[in-house]
Design a protein around this ligand. Structure first.
Ligand code: COI
Length: 362
């Protein structure tokens, strides 16, 4: 690899004694992390080191002006080889590049991004949970590190990757509240980037929804409050009659890797898929006509999360029980089987996690 990496391994793993059968999402972190600095136009100081605290100046630009983007990816143990495999790592690398570019940040070269992911996953492979539906979640992120209060793009950045074993993000079907006041993203904004600030903007509305008993918000477009966009941290699908409909990814909707995978898999299975603007009125009318068969959200963390009911203009619309649904449960199982390498990977989405630097270091 073009980038030299200093490797400092842990003395004692924190893995022993952890209960991998009850894993809340995002609370347990594996032994190592990867850290690199962007200084004077170059990526340098690449290191693998024990996961732990870093110290920063209070004037760190990311903390003030939000120049920070992240990715969420997953690795599993292949049921065929018993070795770690990554799901669509190239697509995540590309989205990370696009998000960084939108926020005025430098590109993490694909070689560096992939080596960081591959070496961390192979190094901490004993942190990958094996129970069905669980995985090693991988969190790459980049943030501005200039110590300055001038409002401009930073000239220095840190790229960090850490990982952690996770179970389901939503352990049960979600209750969703359709947004009526707040907006997640506007045309021309950063809604399609995986920018930290996009998530910050949703936190207060999500808290309000929680107080009324809902798990997530179904966002509508900010111009007319008419078309569905995303749901919580997920892309959204509705099954009306025998057709699966999801909105197109514009500059207000994240180009979800799971969303894209679902579209490919359903199309291959001969299911009718429409990618088009979907109005909330069409959803409510379909419910009234008995044609709203299912709704589900998709995301790396959530995989496929069934919608139990949705509340629009103070009326709650119950959806059919999960047992009655055909598409959501089937596509969730297909995706999980591909990730765990239990079924044919027709699209070549699975790659073994292999590190060149760790081999050299041995
Ligand atoms: C993911 O699905 O990886 C996400 O981005 C969700 C995360 C914010 C928990």
């Amino acid at each position: 690899m073009k980038y030299p990496v200093k490797i400092q391994l842990i003395n004692q793993s924190r893995r022993e004694g952890l209960d991998f059968d009850s894993l809340p999402f995002g609370k347990t972190f594996s032994d190592h992390m990867f850290v690199a600095d962007y200084i004077d136009g170059e990526w340098k100081n690449c290191q693998i080191m024990p996961y732990g605290d870093l110290s920063f100046a209070p004037s760190l630009m990311a903390l003030h002006y939000g120049q920070s983007v992240f990715e969420g990816m997953k690795a599993n143990i292949s049921s065929k080889t018993n070795e770690p495999v990554l799901f669509r790592a190239d697509k995540h690398a590309n989205r990370f590049r696009i998000s960084s570019e939108r926020l005025g940040m430098p590109e993490v070269p694909e070689e560096l991004f992939m080596e960081a992911i591959n070496s961390l996953v192979s190094l901490d492979k004993n942190w990958i949970p094996k129970s069905e539906g669980s995985a090693l979640y991988i969190r790459p992120f980049i943030f501005a590190t200039d110590e300055s209060l001038g409002v401009r793009a930073s000239s220095s950045y840190k790229f960090i990757v850490f990982t952690g074993p996770v179970g389901a993000y939503y352990p049960k079907p979600v209750r969703i509240l359709v947004a009526q006041k707040y907006v997640r993203a506007f045309p021309g904004g950063v809604g399609s980037a995986k920018a930290a600030g996009n998530y910050a903007a949703t936190l207060k509305p999500a808290e309000i929804a929680k107080k009324s008993g809902f798990d997530q918000i179904l966002w509508l477009d900010g111009m007319e409050f008419k078309y569905i966009q995303e749901c919580g941290t997920m892309n959204i699908f509705a099954v009306i009659g025998d057709t699966v409909i999801t909105p197109p990814t514009t500059d207000t909707i994240l180009d979800g890797v799971t969303r894209d995978s679902i579209i490919h898999l359903l199309t291959k299975k001969g299911v009718k898929v429409e990618i088009r603007p979907l109005g909330i009125d069409e959803i409510i009318n379909a419910h009234k006509n008995g044609e709203l068969m299912e709704m589900f959200g998709s995301g790396t963390a959530a995989v496929v999360s069934h919608v139990a009911d949705l509340c629009y203009q103070d009326i709650v619309y119950n959806l059919p029980s999960i047992e009655e649904r055909k598409i959501g449960p089937m596509i969730k199982k297909t995706l999980t089987d591909i990730k765990e390498n239990k079924t044919e990977d027709h699209f070549g989405w699975i790659t073994p996690a292999t590190s060149t630097i760790l081999q050299v270091a041995k």
